[in-house]
Design a protein around this ligand. Structure first.
Ligand code: SF4
Length: 221
């Protein structure tokens, strides 16, 4: 079955301390207005698993990890089996996820198929529809709890567009993370315009109060 929209053959930026490739899974269960990857979200997969695994065989000894990104890779029906094959080749795996499939995340963790997770915290429940088209904060928290309980290395991140989320929203989200026991960096990335997005979103002219946010977040460019 075709799984991937594309492969980035090499990155040093996307998997902490790990030279990696990025596998871009097509399709997503959300429609975030700020999404920079509409071609991947709406596109058709045209790289099959065998092609991707052949690529990894050629890169053995050069790369150490694979980032599963997209799109949303947890919507791919054969993800567990695919991860098993990747692991058999000796690679570590990082999962990039919007957290809307806690069942899949739990299965990946239970089967020891994932080494690092970047989990998106999209928005408070009241803004999920406006920002992501669907989804629920409740499912984010289910994923969060599964990951936290597992002891796996992970990070939480949010994309911030000041016309979609307020500084107050971000502070509330940060405090909620803390109250749920999250004591790592809370990465916030400011939306940058100038690229095609699902919602044709432009950068905001609203000023951002970085001083107010500073105690609660780690800015990521
Ligand atoms: S930003 Fe939203 S729509 Fe785009 S891939 Fe991530 S979860 Fe899917």
């Amino acid at each position: 079955m075709k799984a991937l929209y594309d492969i980035t053959p090499f990155t040093l930026l996307d998997f902490p301390d790990t030279p990696a490739a990025i596998f871009w899974f097509s399709g997503c269960n959300l429609r975030c207005v700020y999404c920079y990857n509409p071609d991947i979200v709406f596109g058709t997969a045209h790289i099959d698993e065998e092609e991707a695994l052949a690529f990894l065989r050629r890169r053995q000894g050069l790369l150490e990890g694979v980032v599963l990104s997209g799109g949303e890779c947890t919507t791919y029906p054969h993800l567990l089996a695919f991860c098993r094959c990747i692991k058999t080749l000796g690679y570590t795996i990082k999962l990039d996820t919007n957290g809307m499939r806690p069942d899949v995340i739990a299965a990946l963790i239970d089967n020891k198929l994932i080494d690092y997770i970047a989990l998106d915290y999209k928005a408070p429940e009241s803004k999920m529809g406006e920002i992501c088209g669907s989804g629920s904060e409740k499912r984010f928290w289910e994923s969060f709890k599964v990951i936290r309980k597992s002891g796996i290395n992970f990070e939480i991140r949010t994309t911030f567009h000041p016309e979609l989320l307020s500084e107050e929203d971000i502070i509330i989200m940060s405090k909620k993370l803390k109250s749920e026991g999250y004591n790592r960096e809370y990465y916030v990335q400011i939306f940058q315009g100038g690229m095609k997005t699902i919602g044709d979103l432009a950068s905001s002219n609203l000023p951002i109060d970085y001083e107010k946010l500073a105690p609660y977040i780690t800015l990521r460019s």
